[in-house]
Design a protein around this ligand. Structure first.
Ligand code: GLN
Length: 254
């Protein structure tokens, strides 16, 4: 956090009425709680749909939404572009899921041929594909993040192409993600993904990865229930693979 910012970490839930499918609000709750449990003051700030997004937030959370709410959200985001850019220059973090992720890019072409202009914060374009990508997803994050496998749920038509030199969050082990073998985007204090769930309760390491961009290195936090959930979701998504792997080890040991 830069010194010009409030002592309390302000986690902004942007347009939850428009961008909040599959409980994406939970991402904000998790970020605030993981800070508070470590004795760091944090508050969830809701930015009502259509309102100007203030420059004073430390984290900007953008969730998923179907095409119409996504288009309305993009309009408000574009009107607030200078505030978001100012916040980013001051060290703020942007985390976006699905429609929110698409809106960070240059444009999204819907199935009806409508072009939704995004913020252009990342070099990416999205085009609706012929079918929807629906189901559990497993993503292997880029090695430098140090994060373990991520689990989530996806339901979207958009296929996202990252520009040359723009890095994804990771490679897809199960599911669709961006549609070309990778998922999301990983930039300088900006991270996008197709993973719902909501994704942060399911992946505490990802929550802490984002928080460390804001407050610096954090002490570990016991996350037994979250890790249990993560293990269970991984097992479901990887199908018999985890089970078969265990079986092989068992047989190999006699
Ligand atoms: N409207 C977008 C798509 O279908 C995003 C959907 C979502 O956020 N779940 O690609």
């Amino acid at each position: 956090m830069t010194s010009t910012r409030a002592s309390e970490v302000r986690v902004g839930l942007v347009y939850p009425e428009l961008l909040g499918t599959y409980g994406d609000r939970g991402n904000g709750v998790v970020l605030v709680q993981r800070l508070r449990r470590r004795g760091i003051a944090a508050t969830l700030v809701e930015v009502a749909a259509g309102a100007i997004i203030p420059a004073s937030l430390d984290v900007y959370l953008l969730g998923g939404g179907e095409d119409n709410p996504q288009s309305a959200a993009a309009q408000g985001m574009r009107a607030s572009r200078s505030n978001i850019e100012e916040a980013r220059a001051g060290g703020a973090v942007v985390f976006a899921v699905c429609a929110g992720f698409q809106n960070l890019g240059v444009t999204y072409e819907t199935g009806n041929g409508e072009h939704i202009e995004g913020l252009g914060l990342i070099d990416a374009t999205t085009v609706a594909g012929p079918d929807r990508l629906i189901g559990e997803v497993v993503v292997e994050p880029e090695r430098q993040t140090g994060m373990p496998l991520l689990t989530g749920f996806e339901n979207h038509a958009g296929r996202t192409r990252l520009g040359a030199g723009t890095r994804p969050l990771g490679s897809v082990r199960v599911g669709g993600g961006n549609g070309d073998g990778v998922d999301g985007v990983l930039g300088d204090r900006i991270l996008g993904t197709y993973l719902h769930g909501p994704v942060l309760p399911r992946n505490p390491a990802l929550a802490d990865y984002l928080l460390e961009w804001v407050v610096g290195t954090l002490p570990p936090l016991p996350s037994r229930l979250e890790e249990q959930l993560r293990a269970e979701r991984l097992e479901v998504a990887l199908g018999g693979r985890v089970g078969r792997w265990r079986e092989r080890r068992h047989l190999a040991r006699g």
